[in-house]
Design a protein around this ligand. Sequence first.
Ligand code: FE2
Length: 583
Amino acid sequence: MNILGINAYHGNASAAIICDGQLVAAVEEERFNRVKYAAGFPAAAIRYCLKEAGITLAEVDHVAVPRNPYARLGTKLFYALRMPSFARERMRVLTKFTGIPEALAAAFDSDPAKLSASFHRVEHHQAHLASSYFVSPFDHAALLSADGLGDFASSMWGTGRGNQLEIDGSIAFPHSLGLYYSAVTQYLGFLKFGDEYKVMGLAAYGEPAHLETFRDIVRFNLNGGEFGFRLALKYFTHHRTGPEMSWPEADQTPVLGKLFSDAMPEKLGGPARRPEESLEQRHHDLAASLQARLEEVYLGMLKKLAAKTCAKAVCLAGGVAFNCVANGKIFEQTPFEQVYVHPAAGDAGLAVGAAYYVWHQRLGKPRSFEMKHAYWGPGYSTSEIRSAIAASAVSQGGFTITELPEEELMRRTASIIAEGKILGWYQGRAEWGPRALGNRSIVADPRRPEMKEILNERIKHREIFRPFAPSILAEKTGEWFAQSHPSPFMTLAYAVNPDKRDKIPAPTHVDGTGRLQTVTREANPRYHALIREFERQTGVPVVLNTSFNDNEPIVCRPEEALDCFLRTKMDALVLGDFLVTRT
Ligand SMILES: [Fe+2]
């Protein structure tokens, strides 16, 4: 049985296919159309998923769409009556959603009448919860989804037991932890969709000097009977103007309107920062306070959830679950002993979640799949890589290109990294979710403190305050970090052990933490072998890992990897078995 999940007309448009309960492929549309966070209809992603599964559109039995326009209809009508522009926007989205069968047929030049699949609507947050729990290793877990907004809710929680989710509660519009974080992110001068993670990185430079102010902006009573939180709405505008994001048809980049009201600058002690203005200590402290309040509320909700469910494990999804700093504190500050965060915890992951929701919750099928790695995107054969190299400027002189056997490739590559050179590392199938996890990565020496500046200046062209991540041999995690719980998808940040900080200064953030990826041989044998060889040569079982891109979606095809390599002047590139170096 084939189930196609589609996240459409929302940021991070994506598709996924599961066949007889096994995930076969999952990918974001941005990897194909090269527009970061692309919204719209993910036609290329769907085409890829069907091709990977070896099926045609006619062989899809069920289509799962993670949106239910009828969820919380009363609340929606209430706000639609108060905000005519919001009502028009909702109608536009609803029209698009009801047109998904037609859009699907059109993408395949097919007649909608010939589609035999059953269409299922799955509520946004139930799809988030499904995306995490149904692919986790757990048979019983507490579940929490938290994001900006989806189907008029911003959070949902419950329990996963066997092949069923039990929903216990939710927080409806306009109260939202995600929109709280987004509003202050905008106030701090970061205006692009998805900039929240920059502010999370900035927070480490400040002190939570304004925590009391933020406690007033987000109200939460840890000891009270009420589970959730409330926003002090006078500091926000979304409840008056409507929260929907928009995206121009031309480039499909999602845009969020202004979220904070005039009362916010007054409350935070000064005007909003313009993007071109420098960052002062005040901004660092505001970011630290924003983050500290998020952690109080998020971890407080998790504590209540642990008490309610008596579960030892928790599954997390929704954009807030990308807050690796907060996630890293779960073990110390809540009773949970195990955590699973879906690698595409944001809205891309809804495609997988909706498909598994249909498979388990609606069709009652037993659990048989665990997502142990994130390599569910497109891969390219050796002959395709060879052709891409032949067609690229690297074959026109100035470069040495060698095809090497595994062992020699690892030895040469690890020594290139150890010499302080910057390596493009392109292998196998692309990662699902926003993190490069050793198949579309730029890899560098973590021992060199100057590596961060070099990467930022030469390759990544991004803000200097943003940290780089360490990839570590999973079996060595406890020796180097304060926690040893797996973090295979780079969704948890742990303190680097004090005696190790000067050994890996480049991926250690200013607060002494690292957003680590724990690498097992089982999940990624070749990346594991590379780090092991780097350890053999240097004594350090860690490499610095950043995504293979330069202010664009992560490279997908080998041609894009070659272009990025040439454009950014990396020192060396490994594409499959081929090593390309500058001569
Ligand atoms: Fe969401």
